[in-house]
Design a protein around this ligand. Sequence first.
Ligand SMILES: Cc1cc2nc3c(=O)[nH]c(=O)nc-3n(C[C@H](O)[C@H](O)[C@H](O)COP(=O)(O)OP(=O)(O)OC[C@H]3O[C@@H](n4cnc5c(N)ncnc54)[C@H](O)[C@@H]3O)c2cc1C
Ligand code: SF4
Length: 507
Amino acid sequence: MDEHFDVIIIGSGAGGGTLALRLAPSGKRILILERGGHLAREKPNWDPAEVFVKNRYVSRDTWYDQAGRPFQPGVHYFVGGATKMYGAALFRLRQGDFTAHRTPDGQTPDWPIRYETLEPYYTRAEKLYQVHGRRGDDPTDPPASAPYPFPPVSHEPRVQELADGLKRAGYHPAYAPTGIMLNEADMPKSACIRCDTCDGFPCLVHAKGDAEVIAVRPALEYPNVTLLTNAHVQKLATSASGREITNVVVERNGQHEEYRGGVVVVSAGAANSARLLLMSANDKHPRGLANGSDQVGRNYMFHNAIALVALAKRENPTVFQKTLSINDFYWRAPDYEFPLGNIQMLGKSKGPMFQEDAPKFAPGFTLDRMARHAVDFWLTGEDLPLPQNRVTLNSKGEIQLHYQFTNLEPVKRLRQKLQCMLEHLDLHPHLIPNNVYLGKQIPIAGVGHQSGTCRFGTDPNTSVLDVNCNLYVVDTSFFPSIGAVNPSLTAIANALRIGDHLLQRLK
Ligand SMILES: Cc1cc2nc3c(=O)[nH]c(=O)nc-3n(C[C@H](O)[C@H](O)[C@H](O)COP(=O)(O)OP(=O)(O)OC[C@H]3O[C@@H](n4cnc5c(N)ncnc54)[C@H](O)[C@@H]3O)c2cc1C
Ligand code: SF4
């Protein structure tokens, strides 16, 4: 098939899927090229052993670290991208994340736009992805032009106790903004059943606000939108002058195919978007497409994240646990002048998830018993965009990820703060004395929050994209800095922003 489309979108995740839906009503011919297939709806969707031990939905891919050692990244090549597995915690970046600020290991860059520019798109993104939340509890909440479209997902009793205890101690626990189709006022009519296998699992009943359900499927209802699955884009070919992309080169089911598009939008996820641009090097662009600045692939970020499990003396019967967020230390602490980051709950752990780490921490306990007593947290600190933290390609065109950690001190302190808070609440005394917290720093294979490899900016020497993203990259690779909250809502909001721009351009 060699056909011409008005817009070709490469990748159908948070960025690409959302953009496809935004453009669909225009009547323009839109082609979505997605490397993966549809994630099967099957009982193992909700089986912790299948999902966490057998990695049933982790796509086969091998990346290499800076020493050339292979590892399997936690990637999910499906229609809907990584959002098929995400926890749907849909936070706005904080207002101050858009301006340069000091962190212990260096200064973050200024964004070329301010929060106010993205605000209307955040509001639209929250409506589209059905975000449940309540404004005003979190002192770092940025100003918003509308309330959340849905009420917050309620805390179950154990989490409510925690929230009450934190409030009594002077903290500001808030409801985590969550994109699930839950109708607590009328559960018989609710698509979401409020189950215990959400964060890190696909949703068997399609009630999670993921990009496939919210964006790609509705976009495909328009006759002008086409989705090709198992369509792995290999390269973007340019005209002889090198000024425009003429062909998108695809391997689909083992066959070589080429497509032509008036506008080509790359949204393959931060690492793969960089890979594609680097793979597209030619005589006119010897370092890769859009890489005159030598910035493509650089400034890779993925957050400093720790999964922390507190083992409480009492059992924790919570089913849907990811309802609470604490940002009291987002910007600083009384004893620390730099930003520490965000604390939120994780989905409730299950026995099999502890297989790797538990025995040495809790000898004699069965994994299931540990899980019954676990209260699970996710701590996120901001890592810095360093030019040397980058995606390069090896001689076979495979991804090599060079990454050196930055800003580890804040997230270490955040962990201490949380432990201190918990010890003054009812999680004390613990089931096992002293080191009862299973804390796991997420290694580089945990690429869920990857971003920053094609950053936008006003200075062509330090950025890949200008403010209007003339290259049209709409995944998380455009982030100049990552903040310390989950990235998807910002990618979604930006895709809506680029969508508006493209609708004008295509008129
Ligand atoms: C377990 C887990 C939990 C998470 N929880 C949260 C959360 O609670 N909140 C949050 O905000 N974020 C969360 N995230 C992160 C979130 O999912 C990502 O930030 C988001 O999906 C990024 O969107 P994207 O468009 O940049 O990339 P993706 O959504 O990954 O989409 C990229 C798409 O491009 C496709 N692709 C790649 N290469 C090619 C190619 N060469 N040709 C064609 N197609 C290609 C991929 O298959 C994929 O579908 C989580 C991630 C994981 C893994
Ligand atoms: S909690 Fe709701 S949205 Fe999440 S997996 Fe269960 S049914 Fe789906």
